[in-house]
Design a protein around this ligand. Structure first.
Ligand code: SAM
Ligand code: SF4
Ligand code: SF4
Length: 362
């Protein structure tokens, strides 16, 4: 394990601005140990990716000989749909497909078609490389919105970040195609790694102002054990806001819904809005309503959980939906995670125990 000295005092959102508090859960509703409801289900549909983003799947670790999951280890679309249906029954309102790169999963639109029958919002996070080709089929299958990752607008920086020589232009085409078919507003996520791509903050802001797309900056997190994370490479969101507002004054705006992770800011001149996600400097565990289903059916109650719950075994054992429902509800009830709130040098998990973002689903 690398020595990770964390020099900042974490501001935790214990006293949240008005509107940020989660409404008290109604009597009888499923809540975890910290009275949080289950609202967002993230489903990883593949652990593979065609990018090698330096902060997520560095080439040195994810090389040609990396052992990805085999086909039969993956949950089938039927199995995913079954789990999703039970989660919706338990209170989930939003399902996000992720990975790895979700658009690499064969016939992903067939899964979307199944999930779109549920009365919830279906979204997908993608690196955008296949989006121009697939946007229409995704929309037709019933997808509501997409989030596209883009860590720079300058080709050289972007290529350095994705580490597979992938050009910005193709991702921009994907974003345009998504907006054109109505997968809008498109959210564009940039993970900021100080010293690597923080010089892209202003160019990205300039590019996406007045575009109708919502640019969001995410603090670089200590997920997984392969990215060699260091606290001094985290650029606090407050600095992002300061840098942008020096050129384009920003005003804070209310969250869209209680517990929204992104803090929203609006350009004072009407150029649209941006968001910042302060996963490291302002932990939002207090309002965390997310749960993650890995590609092979392990259920994780936290991005930093050290182990999952094997739903695939339960699914394949042949029990009915009611047994599965009871099991999932018990897992959520027992949840007590708040890793980001208590992250300090002393509590950092040993690197070997951390689960990779590309596996658990970002
Ligand atoms: N491949 C898709 C993509 O990149 O959008 C979906 C999966 S990716 C793991 C989901 C999100 O996690 C991306 O926006 C990515 O930038 C973010 N991410 C990955 N590693 C991260 C890290 N160490 N810190 C913060 N965000 C990270
Ligand atoms: Fe792939 Fe997304 Fe990870 Fe980049 S962030 S390596 S695109 S899974
Ligand atoms: Fe949720 Fe875990 Fe992240 Fe906290 S650290 S916000 S509990 S996923």
């Amino acid at each position: 394990m690398t020595d990770r000295i964390i020099p900042i005092v974490h501001a935790t959102r214990t006293s949240l601005p008005p509107g940020r508090d989660l409404a008290a859960a109604p009597e009888g509703e499923l809540v975890d140990q910290r009275k949080r409801r289950v609202r967002d289900l993230r489903i990883s549909v593949t652990d593979r990716c065609n990018f090698r983003c330096v902060y997520c799947m560095p080439k040195e670790v994810f090389g040609d000989d990396y052992a990805y999951l085999s086909r039969k280890q993956l949950l089938s679309f039927e199995e995913i749909e079954r789990v999703a249906r039970i989660f919706v029954d338990l209170g989930v309102e939003k399902i996000r497909l992720t990975g790895g790169e979700p658009l690499l999963r064969k016939h992903i639109e067939n899964l979307i078609e199944r999930l779109a029958k549920l009365p919830v919002e279906i979204t997908l996070t993608t690196n955008g490389s296949l989006l121009a080709k697939k946007a229409r089929a995704l929309k037709d299958a019933g997808l509501h919105r997409v989030t596209v990752s883009l860590d720079g607008i300058d080709d050289a920086v972007f290529k350095r970040m994705n580490d597979v020589d992938y050009a910005v232009g193709d991702v921009l085409d994907g974003i345009a195609a998504a907006a054109a078919v109505g997968l809008a507003p498109v959210k564009v996520n940039c993970v900021v790694k100080r010293g690597s791509n923080d010089d892209q903050i202003l160019p990205l802001a300039r590019h996406f102002r007045h575009s109708g797309h919502i640019l969001r900056f995410i603090e670089y997190m200590d997920v997984g054990s392969s990215n060699g994370w260091r606290m001094d490479e985290v650029l606090p969101s407050a600095d992002v806001v300061d840098r942008i507002s020096e050129e384009f004054p920003l005003d804070p705006i209310d969250p869209n819904y209680p517990g929204e992770v992104a803090e929203r800011w609006r350009y004072a001149d009407g150029g649209g809005e941006i968001g910042v996600i302060s996963s490291v400097t302002q932990a939002f565990c207090a309002t965390c309503t997310r749960i993650r289903l890995s590609t092979e059916g392990q259920l994780y109650t936290c991005l930093f959980a050290q182990s999952g719950h094997d739903l695939r075994a339960l699914l394949r054992k042949g029990g009915g939906d009611e047994a599965l429902r009871r099991e999932i509800a018990a897992i959520w009830r027992g949840r007590d995670d708040r890793y980001s709130e208590i992250r300090t040098a002393a509590t950092s998990l040993p690197a070997a125990k951390k689960i990779e973002m590309s596996y658990i689903g970002g």
